[in-house]
Design a protein around this ligand. Structure first.
Ligand code: AQP
Length: 351
C-alpha cells in the first residue's frame, strides 16, 4: 500500500485553497493508502515565533481534518511537536542539504522579503524540516497544492544525497531497498517521494487578483473563502470576485488569458468533483451573473456542513487532544523505528 504523508500549518483560518488543494485529497486517499496527516506546528514558528493562540489553531486544523472526513482510527492524525524525531531528522538533513538549495526556494524568497539577513534561520531551513516530516515515515506519496512542488523536489534531492553520501554504510548495515532514481535503480534508505499535485484545484487563486494564490496572509479577507465563513459571507465574496465582462467559453482553451474566470471554473470543478470541461459544458456561453450564484450555492452546499462539524468538534478539546495524543503515540513508534536506523547509518553512538 502507498504511504501518504502531508501536513497543514496551524496559522490563521483555513481557506478554500487549503481545502481543495490539500484536505479534500487527504480524505480521498484514505481508501487506497495508509495515511499520516500532521498539524505542523513547528513549521508555524518559522515565520512568526509568538502565536498567542497556537494551541487553539492546532485544535482547529485537527477539527478541519476530522470534519472533512479523515478517520483518525484507521489513519494517523497528530501534531508535529509531539514527535521529537521530526526535529532530530531535520537536524541531520540540515547537515545534508546545502545553503544554496535553501536560498533558491521561492517560498523563502517571498516570505523573507527584501531583508533576508533578518529572516529566521528556521524560515530558511523550512524545507529541511518538511523533508524530515515526510521521510521519517519513508512516505511514498505527498498530496499538496502546486505551491509546494519545489519543496517536494528538494525533499527528493535530500533523500538522494543522503542515500548517496551514506551508500556504503547503508549496504554494510543491509538496510537499503531498491529505489528508482530516473532510469536507474539504486540501493538506498529513503524513497524518492512522489508529489500528488493536480486536478482543477491544485492552485486556487485570490478572488481579487487572478495572478496571486489564495492565501491566509493576504490582508484582504475578500480575497479568500474561509472554511468558517457563513453562507452570506461566501455568497458576498463570490459576488464581489473579480471577473472580466465576457461570457464563459465552451472549451477549456477559451480560458487562456482569463485567470479570474479560470479560477472560478476551477473552484466549481474542485467543489463538484468534475473537470473544468464538464463545468464549461454546463455553463459555456453563460454570463457571470448566472455562473456566480450557481457557484455560491455549490460552495455553501459543500462547505456549510464541514464548517458546522468543525465548530462542533473544535469545541470538544478533550476529544481533539485525545485524537492528537493517540496519533502522536502511533506516529512516534514509526518515527523511532526509522530514527534508530538513521542514527546507525550516520554513525551516532547509541545503546
Ligand atoms: N491557493 C492554494 N491553492 C491550492 N492549494 C493550496 N495550499 C495552500 N494554498 C493553496 C495547500 O494547502 C496545504 C497547507 O498549506 P500550509 O499549511 O503550508 O499553508 P500555506 O501554504 O502557508 O497557506 P497559505 O494560505 O498560502 O499561507 P501563507 O499566506 O502563509 O502563504 C499545502 O498542501 C498547500 O500546498
Amino acid at each position: 500500500k502507498p504511504l501518504v504523508f502531508s501536513g497543514v500549518q496551524p496559522t490563521g483560518n483555513l481557506h478554500l485553497g487549503n481545502y481543495l488543494g490539500a484536505i479534500k485529497k487527504f480524505v480521498a486517499l484514505q481508501e487506497t493508502s495508509d495515511c499520516i496527516y500532521c498539524v505542523v506546528d513547528l513549521h508555524s514558528l518559522t515565520a512568526q515565533l509568538v502565536h498567542a493562540d497556537l494551541q487553539d489553531q492546532t485544535r482547529s486544523i485537527t477539527a478541519a481534518f476530522l470534519a472533512s472526513g479523515i478517520d483518525p482510527k484507521k489513519h494517523i492524525v497528530f501534531n508535529q511537536s509531539r514527535v521529537m524525531q521530526h526535529a532530530e531528522l531535520a537536524w541531520i538533513f540540515n547537515c545534508v542539504a546545502r545553503i544554496g538549495w535553501m536560498n533558491r526556494m521561492t517560498q523563502f524568497k517571498d516570505k523573507a522579503g527584501k531583508d533576508r539577513e533578518n529572516a529566521s534561520l528556521g524560515l530558511l531551513a523550512y524545507p529541511s524540516l518538511m523533508a524530515a516530516d515526510i521521510l521519517l515515515y519513508r512516505a511514498t506519496h505527498v498530496p499538496v497544492g502546486e505551491d509546494q512542488k519545489q519543496h517536494l523536489e528538494l525533499t527528493r534531492d535530500i533523500a538522494q544525497k543522503f542515500n548517496n553520501d551514506f551508500s556504503a554504510r547503508i549496504a554494510e548495515l543491509g538496510v537499503g531497498v531498491e529505489i528508482q532514481v530516473g532510469e536507474e535503480t539504486v540501493n538506498g534508505f529513503f524513497p524518492m517521494t512522489e508529489p500528488l499535485i493536480g486536478g482543477p484545484a491544485a492552485r486556487i487563486m485570490s478572488l481579487r487578483d487572478g495572478s496571486k494564490k489564495m492565501s491566509k496572509s493576504d490582508p484582504s479577507d475578500l480575497s479568500r473563502i474561509n472554511l468558517t465563513d457563513d453562507a452570506d459571507t461566501i455568497s458576498k465574496k463570490i459576488k464581489k470576485a473579480k471577473t472580466d465582462p465576457d461570457a464563459l467559453p465552451s472549451e477549456v482553451d477559451g480560458l487562456a488569458g482569463r485567470p479570474e474566470a479560470e479560477n472560478l471554473v476551477g473552484i466549481y470543478a474542485g467543489l463538484a468533483d468534475i473537470g473544468k470541461e464538464a463545468v464549461l459544458g454546463q455553463f459555456g456561453g453563460q454570463q457571470f451573473s448566472v455562473f456566480k450564484p450557481a457557484l455560491a450555492d455549490l460552495a455553501v452546499d459543500k462547505l456549510a456542513p464541514v464548517a458546522a462539524e468543525m465548530r462542533r468538534i473544535s469545541a470538544d478539546h478533550a476529544y481533539v487532544d485525545g485524537v492528537l495524543r493517540d496519533g502522536g503515540e502511533r506516529a512516534g513508534n514509526l518515527a523511532e523505528t526509522t530514527m534508530k536506523t538513521v542514527r546507525d547509518i550516520v554513525g551516532l553512538l547509541q545503546g
